[in-house]
Every structure is written in structure tokens, then in C-alpha cells.
Design a protein around this ligand. Structure first.
Ligand code: SF4
Length: 356
């Protein structure tokens, strides 16, 4: 622990900060979240879902996940496609892949039990320092503090330092130094709650803050309040999508293996331009089946607006087609993850052509 932090927060002051934070948490903290408890498996899944995603968006996905895989033994039976299906719509699909990879390692290296040692947890795919600390501390297997985005903002304002990577070590030290000895699990939840509910990004509620009397920023305007930023520039992208349907009303879908955004999900073939799409139809001997109609629709992510140009390809009794027999699916049989844009494609198809 650095001398500077120790000198700034002598034990009596530290005890007061701890008490104020826990007293606030006992009255205002979020203690009704569905993953609350000591089950390390449930904490792991919730913490991975909460990476880069807000609590309210996570709750329904977490509940679906637990309905299907209530414990680690049930997860061992899941394929990557099964996990992707539940994750469909939550985004950042790499996290689902990491859960799958971690479940394999847990079976092979940890005797089928989720590890309870900090370094073992940290060694699993998709788990960084804050996630490992939360898993170990919430499950009652250790006393490790956290520094996610909200806590980083709260503690940097508390210290009145710029939220800059040069301060990271100091912030980690402070986070661990203030951590309660007796109630570490409640304390890290309180850190998260104060960071997201009180010490908010643009309008911190300093007058309601339980540690405003110890905060170096109070009563002045804290550093690290984002200035009115220019609107984030939305990138526009064109995508060409080929919707291939056979005479039995089945759709041709491929597993996406190359794209970071949707990797692991299933989709109609997509291309960056029309000429790539046409070359693909020629190489698969289906160019005669391509219909001239194009439907357009847009699909927005936070800073990318995709325009999908969707071309229909009706394959009816066409002998020479060179497409794998394994990739045809009835809509009712789709039992794997698909991107949201693919849902829009199916809905548009159904509204134009009908589908039973
Ligand atoms: S007093 Fe204001 S700036 Fe300081 S920690 Fe509390 S909410 Fe954040």
C-alpha cells in the first residue's frame, strides 16, 4: 500500500468511510438482483453477462440462462450453439464463447468444479481482474476489491484525480485499501451501486453521496465529468444478404466464423457488395435462381448503421446446386442463435411471402 494513501486515509478516517458506505448500502443498495447469493456458478454467469451490459438488460437473459442451465453440471452438456442461442440479442458474443471454453477447462482441469481460488478463476477465458475479484468475493471465498468503469469514476472523483491509465495502480490500491474487512461482498456491491446510482457519469448526486464529506471533489464540480461531447459519428455500412429458400420452404443458413460482432451465430450468406454476392451464386451454381427483387432495411448498433440489401434466391427443383445438404432449416426447427438482423429478414420474408 502506498504511503500516500495510508497518510491520506488514517485508520479512523478509513473506518468512517467504510461505515458510511455500508450504512448507505443497507438502506439504498440493490440487494434484490436475481444473482445475489453465494453460488459461485451463478455469480460467474452474471458477472460475465454484466461485462459491457447494463443490469436491466442482463436480468431477462440471466433468468433464461438459469432456467436452462441451473448449475455447472447442466452447463457441461451444452454445446456452443446452445449457449449462443440463449445469448442471441445480448451482444458481445465473445463472452458466450468464453463461457463455453471455460466450461471445458473446468471439466478437464478443475475436476468439474468451478475453482474457488482467485488465480485459478483469473486464468479462465474472459475473466479479468475485476470479474475474478467479484466472483471470489461475492461467493465468500476471499476478499478482493474491484475496479470496473463505475468504481473507477467514483474513486477517481473521490481522490480528485484524472481518470487516466497512469492512475490505475493508485485507484486499485485505494479500492482494496478501503474495502471492508468484515463485509467485503456487500462493500463491493456498494461500490458498484454508488458508482452507478450516485456518482453518475454526467450529473453526480453529490448531496446524496454517503462519502461527500470525505470526497476531495466535494463541494466543487468533480473532475471527470464528461464535457458535452459532439454526437458520436455513426458509421454507415452496406451489407448484401442472400436469402436462399428451397422448394420445401427451408432456409439456407451458415454459421458465421469470421466476424467479431456475430461470430458463432447462424445467418443467411452476407457480402460487402453485390458483385461478391453474384460471384458467390455463380460458384455455387445458383445464379439462375436469384430473383431481381431487393428489400432494404436498416439495422442499428450503437455507432454503426447497417443497410441490408436483401436478395431472394428461390431454389426449386434445381439439380446442379452446389450447397451443402446440412445447412437447410425449417423456421420452426431453428434451435441456435441468430443475429437480430436475421430475425428481421425472416419477419420480412413471412410478411411478403407468408410462411406456415
Ligand atoms: S461527493 Fe460527488 S463526486 Fe464525490 S464521490 Fe460522492 S458523488 Fe462522487
Amino acid at each position: 500500500m502506498s504511503l500516500e494513501i495510508k497518510l491520506s486515509y488514517p485508520s479512523r478516517k478509513r473506518a468512517l468511510i467504510r461505515k458510511n458506505i455500508l450504512d448507505w448500502y443497507d438502506v439504498k443498495g440493490r440487494d434484490s438482483l436475481p444473482w445475489k447469493g453465494k453460488d459461485i456458478y451463478k455469480i460467474w454467469i452474471s458477472e460475465v453477462m454484466l461485462q459491457q451490459t447494463q443490469v436491466q438488460s442482463v436480468i431477462p437473459y440471466y433468468k433464461m440462462f438459469m432456467d436452462k442451465y441451473p448449475n455447472i453440471e447442466s452447463l457441461f452438456k451444452a454445446s456452443l450453439d446452445d449457449i449462443m442461442k440463449i445469448w442471441s440479442g445480448l451482444g458481445f458474443y465473445r463472452r458466450a464463447e468464453n463461457i463455453y471454453k471455460a466450461s471445458i477447462r473446468i471439466q478437464q482441469e478443475f475436476n468439474q468444479e468451478f475453482p474457488k481460488n482467485y488465480n485459478d478463476v483469473l486464468s479462465l477465458p474472459g475473466i479479468g481482474r475485476t470479474t475474478a475479484s467479484a466472483i471470489i468475493t461475492f461467493s465468500g471465498n476471499g476478499r478482493y476489491s474491484i475496479l470496473d468503469g463505475n468504481v473507477k469514476r467514483f474513486l477517481s472523483r473521490f481522490l480528485s484525480v484524472e481518470m487516466h491509465h497512469s492512475q490505475l495502480n493508485n485507484l486499485w490500491e485505494l479500492s482494496q485499501y478501503l474495502l471492508s474487512d468484515t463485509r467485503p461482498s456487500d462493500f463491493i456491491q456498494a461500490y458498484m451501486d454508488i458508482g452507478s446510482l450516485i456518482c453518475k457519469k454526467s450529473k453526480p448526486l453529490c448531496d446524496e453521496c454517503p462519502v461527500n464529506q470525505q470526497c476531495n471533489s466535494y463541494p466543487y464540480t468533480p473532475l471527470n465529468i464528461p464535457k458535452k461531447t459532439k454526437k458520436i459519428k455513426v458509421i454507415e455500412k452496406n451489407i448484401w444478404s442472400l436469402v436462399i429458400v428451397n422448394n420445401e420452404g427451408q432456409f439456407y443458413l451458415e454459421k458465421i466464423s469470421y466476424d467479431n460482432l456475430w461470430r458463432g451465430l447462424y445467418s443467411s450468406p452476407v457480402f460487402h457488395n453485390k458483385s461478391d454476392l453474384m460471384s458467390w451464386t455463380e460458384s455455387h451454381k445458383i445464379e439462375e435462381c436469384v430473383e431481381s427483387n431487393i428489400w432494404k432495411f436498416t439495422h442499428k448498433l450503437s455507432h454503426i448503421k447497417f443497410t441490408f440489401n436483401t436478395i431472394l434466391c428461390n431454389i426449386k427443383y434445381h439439380k446442379k446446386v452446389s450447397l451443402s445438404d446440412d445447412n437447410w432449416y425449417n423456421l420452426s426447427d431453428i434451435d441456435f442463435g441468430i443475429p437480430k438482423y436475421q430475425d428481421k429478414i425472416f419477419n420480412q420474408y413471412k410478411s411478403i411471402y407468408g410462411y406456415n
